[in-house]
Design a binder for this molecule. Structure first.
Ligand code: RIB
Ligand code: CA
Length: 328
């Protein structure tokens, strides 16, 4: 079950690590998370996927510089999966991962590897107080678990965007992109002892932001408004050219909303695993939904969401982010 966020009862903000492969929809999710008072973004860890690991690391730094959030989180550097990346997302996210804008980065810092940052942040916080929001391939999470075998039981919850339950894939007929990029890591995380929630394509595909969004963006005089107005028009063009769709998916913002507004989603406990060797099915997520299943349940899976309310929450989050005053 997705845990209700503590801040809504005036409690502490929820500590999160955002693991991202920016990627336009990752970048939108970062705009929401970095200014949301219900969240304390303790780290952003880059992972390759939509773009190369080096570009993902650079894009995380570029996004932070563009947005200049109230608190700058720890950053982690991406490194390629052991088997390399079989695919990238340039058809939708541009050659650099951020609509081809090639944002300047004033100061490229030397960063620790993402998996080290994840281990340090989880070990350095009270037990089960950290939520990892995994919005890209699961390479970093699996590596962190290899690096520190106790970590799965120390993490509060892992909320993952990816996979499919009954619907088709989006990078192959069978597989969703994040799982397909590194199926071995996805399988290791699925099979780990950690508390997991999956937000699959079956749910995130139901939300398409239409062109009307461009009239509801924050003012371009704000950092968030300027950033979104830079990356979104190419994203709409890419979706129209690729899919003939008059709108864009925002898979990662939907997954983030499942963390900040869990009451807008329904979940079901399921037993899931990942195919790692199929010629046609590599990266496919499989769930044992037989009348008498034999696999052990190992995660919550989102099965429904209130599309209208989630859409409004995302657009509201964009505008709230633009209004957030910098802390003194
Ligand atoms: O399949 C959609 C997912 O793959 C999203 O997280 C998108 O950013 C890409 O990483
Ligand atoms: Ca992503």
């Amino acid at each position: 079950m997705l845990f209700a966020d503590p801040a809504s009862e005036g409690l502490m903000a929820r500590k999160v690590i955002l693991d991202v492969d920016p990627g336009i929809d990752d970048a939108i999710a970062l705009c929401l998370a970095l200014f949301d008072p219900r969240l304390e973004v303790v780290a952003i860890t880059a992972v390759g996927g939509n773009c190369s690991p080096a570009n993902a690391t650079r894009n995380v730094q570029a996004i932070i510089e563009q947005l200049d959030p109230p608190r700058w989180p720890r950053l982690g550097a991406a490194s390629p999966p052991d088997a390399g990346l079989p695919v990238n997302g340039r058809h939708l996210h541009g050659v650099d991962g951020l609509a081809g804008v090639e944002f300047e980065v004033a100061e490229l810092h030397h960063l620790h590897p993402s998996e080290k940052v994840i281990c340090d942040q989880v070990r350095g916080a009270p037990e089960a107080s950290i939520t990892i929001v995994a919005l890209g391939p699961l390479t970093n999470i699996a590596r962190a678990f290899q690096r520190d075998p106790e970590l799965p039981s120390l993490v509060g919850e892992i909320v993952m965007m990816g996979g499919t339950v009954a619907g088709p894939g989006n990078i192959t007929p069978a597989a969703e992109f994040n799982m397909y990029c590194d199926p071995g890591s996805a399988q290791a995380v699925f099979r780990s002892r950690s508390t997991k929630t999956l937000i699959p394509l079956d749910v995130t595909n139901r939300l398409v932001l239409s062109f009307d969004l461009l009239n509801r963006l924050p003012d371009e005089a704000t950092r968030v408004g300027r950033f979104l107005r830079t990356i979104l028009p190419p994203a709409f063009r890419g979706y129209r050219q690729r899919f003939g769709l008059e709108g864009i998916h925002v898979h990662d913002s939907v997954a983030l909303t499942a963390v900040t507004e869990p009451e807008l989603f329904s979940t079901e406990e399921m037993a899931g695993d990942v195919e790692t060797m199929g010629e046609l099915t590599t990266g496919m997520t499989i769930f044992d939904r037989r009348r008498v299943p034999s696999w052990r349940n190992n995660m919550e899976v989102a099965t429904e969401m209130q599309v209208g309310a989630v859409t409004e929450a995302i657009i509201r989050g964009m505008n709230d982010a633009a209004r957030r005053p910098k802390l003194p």
